[in-house]
Design a binder for this molecule. Structure first.
Ligand code: ADP
Ligand code: MG
Length: 712
């Protein structure tokens, strides 16, 4: 959905002949008539009425018509033009601290003026500071005057005219089917208001020029029927485009992945994996494993999102899917957003799978950015000839030089870190076979239900909704930075008792270099304060070999504390680490805090998370920061955290790569418009089925050239 009215998919350079305001329109993305028509006012001014001064209340912005009785320049306390006016019901003093001689001339004694401004004072006399004014007379407008969001070089009157003209020529013909589709759906009254939906034309004309008697509150809170229509339109466009991509995908071919019926003597690969695992799957893992297996057995590409809180055990489910693909004679790729994560998956999967694969003459390959040329060449060869049945790595996996023999399944961990382009690249890896690989995307940032239904409507979703047994809940505490020394002393005692801790350093958005100096300084501090404890340092600028060495020492338990920037944010798994300190916790987002906390509480020991906060110079935490820290203390449940995050911040954070402004809803608000969302979800597939032309027209109107992009 366009965030700013849509610019064409490939904006052509502005011709030199464009005027200043025309260029400004382009800059705002106001290109097509429909873009202008959908550029809605920020607020309105009421110029439809003349208010008698006797009725003007303190603080009210009013329009009056009155005659000038005095006009003088006063020098004390400061030079100013003071004008007294009288409309027969009362008087008002106008004050101007800056003015042109021409303005002074306009406001000559005896002249009747139309004046608009905020009235101050009452009993001791009314006043307006710098009101707008012109000569009285002329017709009063019949509608409220719209005030549009604009930019430098684009005056309101120009923009207003452009919008009026656009409204005159834009095609706003109805795209909703005229008869209720079957089964009967309240399509004409999505929110059950007892009132039929307005047409789009009615809604837009009204929103640009509302009648003066409208309850402005209903425009401001977007509950007015005109707003309802707009939000319904927008959500419908979103659902249509996603339902359409779902249908298009159903036309694509993918390899059928089924384990071969292994004889009674030989176990299938998935069975072999289950046999070597040191634990039994949780019921939730088994259930989603079956959902995935069913998808893989179909000849159309799977497009599934696997959600599960941090530590819920997604990796093993992914490994299980991998064994199904490999057992069927195909290749599988596992992609993670960072090398450290990829390394961890690699280590675990190797431990589980390598012996099993080796027995079949197959292996696991590993591809990351900083690899040695020789190693990389060897890996590429094994991938191309199919010896590598499983390929683990970072973005390096989807590079063009990487040619798979027969990639059938791609597993993407922490999917929100990958962009649309990368998913598209993956999907093209099987093009030589005239097919697309199955896609399983994993995320530990649970997506609230409404958000999943809206932005991820084109995905199937599986949820792991329980943690493996035997986990003790993490205790979370907030501690002021002023008690840092006390905290370090307690940390020392815990480490002496055999525990391990992460210490995460603040995120400073503007500067990666500062991030680093902070982490380095903290590392020095802690090393000095904790003699005899090995303190490690991990940050994103380190060479990958060094990162690996540090992670290995920490995993092996040789290192008491690991100081790190947020590189450990996702997925790292060291069960013996049971303490997490997050410095400047007030600077992190809620989901990010939850992710970080999820690094501990992975073993049977009781774990703790300390949110160290600093109030800075103000001496107190901001409201949002306080709410976040509070939420962290109150709950360990990722879905509850996600729900609160949505409340605090809106949907942006969850959408990751889809977060690009283009994908955002401009008018609808998922926190409140759930009825409209349900309506759009129900209507979209029916419309595609029964009224395909209307559906296409609707998508084109709202998404222009962007529909293709949103599908990936
Ligand atoms: P995440 O969902 O965050 O990716 P992981 O897959 O890293 O979680 O799993 C977290 C830890 O739990 C790992 O050490 C993993 O081996 C372990 N684990 C996974 N499933 C189970 C299970 N069913 N029983 C016990 N431990 C499990
Ligand atoms: Mg994980």
């Amino acid at each position: 959905m366009p965030a700013a009215p849509s610019a064409p998919a490939h904006p052509s350079p502005a011709p030199a002949t464009l005027s200043g305001p025309q260029k400004a329109l382009r800059k705002l993305g106001l290109v097509r008539s429909i873009d202008l028509a959908l550029h809605l006012p920020l607020r309105y001014e009421d110029e439809t009425r003349i208010v008698p001064l006797s009725q003007a209340r303190d603080g009210q912005t009013v329009q009056i018509e009155a005659t000038v009785t005095t006009s003088e320049i006063v020098l004390h306390p400061r030079r100013q033009l003071r004008v007294l006016v009288d409309d027969g019901t009362g008087t008002c003093e106008l004050r101007f601290f800056t003015f042109y001689p021409s303005q002074q001339k306009t406001m000559a004694v005896g002249v009747r003026l139309r004046i608009r401004g905020e009235v101050k004072g009452g009993f001791w006399g009314r006043q307006m500071l710098h009101p707008a004014f012109r000569l009285a007379g002329g017709e009063l407008p019949v509608a409220l005057t719209p005030i549009y969001p604009t930019t430098a070089g684009l005056p309101q009157p120009y923009l207003r005219r452009a919008i009026v003209m656009a409204l005159g020529r834009v095609d706003l013909s109805e795209t909703l089917p005229s008869r209720a589709p079957s089964p009967p759906l309240q399509w004409h009254d999505p929110i059950g208001s007892g009132q039929a939906l307005w047409t789009l034309r009615e809604a837009l004309v009204f929103l640009h020029h509302p009648a003066p008697d409208v309850a402005l509150a209903t425009l401001e809170d977007h509950s007015h029927p005109a707003w309802q229509r707009l939000k319904a339109e927008e959500l419908l466009a979103q659902q249509l485009s996603q339902a359409q991509s779902r249908r298009e995908r159903a036309q694509l071919r993918a390899p059928v992945l089924q384990t071969r019926g292994a004889g009674p003597q030989t176990l299938s690969l998935p069975e072999q994996l289950l046999a070597v695992l040191p634990f039994a799957l949780t019921p939730a893992q088994r259930r989603v494993g079956e959902e995935i297996a069913r998808d893989l057995a179909r000849p159309v590409p799977m497009h599934r999102l696997l959600q599960g809180d941090v530590g819920s055990g997604k990796t093993v489910v992914a490994a299980l899917a991998a064994t199904i693909a490999i057992d069927a004679g195909w290749q599988c790729a596992l992609m993670a957003p960072t090398e450290i994560l990829a390394e961890q998956h690699f280590a675990k999967l190797i431990g589980w799978l390598e012996p099993i694969l080796a027995a079949r003459g197959q292996s696991v390959a590993w591809l990351v950015g900083g690899q040695k040329k020789k190693e990389r060449t060897a890996m590429l060869e094994r991938i191309e000839n199919g010896e590598a049945a499983l390929v683990v790595g970072t973005h390096a996996v989807i590079q063009q030089q990487v040619r798979f023999k027969n990639l059938a399944l791609a597993l993407i961990d922490e999917q929100h870190r990958f962009g649309v382009a990368q998913r598209l690249a993956l999907r093209q890896k099987l093009a030589a076979h005239g097919m697309e690989p199955h896609l399983l995307m994993m995320t530990a940032t649970p997506i609230p239900r409404t958000l999943a239904m809206s932005y991820y409507a084109d995905l199937d979703v599986s949820v792991i909704d329980e943690l493996p047994p035997g986990r003790t809940p993490i205790v979370t505490k907030t501690i002021s930075d002023s008690r840092r020394d006390e905290l370090i002393a307690r940390l020392g005692a815990q480490i002496a008792a055999g525990r391990q801790a992460y210490w995460v350093c603040p995120l400073i958005e503007e500067s990666e270099a500062l991030d680093l100096s902070n982490a380095t300084a903290t590392h020095a501090d802690l090393s000095a304060a904790l003699p005899g404890v090995q303190v490690g340092l991990l940050h994103s600028r380190m060479p990958s070999a060094e990162k690996k060495a540090v992670m290995a020492a920490f995993s092996a338990g040789q290192m008491g504390v690991l100081v790190s920037t947020t590189v450990i944010e996702v997925g790292v798994d060291v069960p013996n680490a049971s303490l997490m300190v997050i410095e400047h916790a007030e600077r992190f987002g809620l989901s990010q805090l939850h992710q970080l906390r999820g690094r501990v509480g992975r073993g049977a020991v009781a774990s703790a998370c300390v949110l160290l906060y600093s109030t800075g110079d103000s001496g107190r935490l901001g409201e949002v920061a306080r709410e976040r820290l509070q939420a962290m203390v109150e709950t360990n449940d990722g879905f509850e955290i996600a729900r609160r995050d949505l409340e605090i911040r809106g949907p942006g954070e969850f959408l990751g790569a889809r977060q690009s402004g283009d994908a955002m809803l401009r008018f609808a608000d998922l926190r409140t418009d759930t009825l409209l969302l349900d309506w759009a979800r129900a209507l979209a597939p029916q419309m595609l089925e029964q009224h395909p032309e209307l559906a296409q027209r609707h998508i084109a109107r709202w998404l222009g050239g962007k529909a293709e992009f949103l599908k990936a």
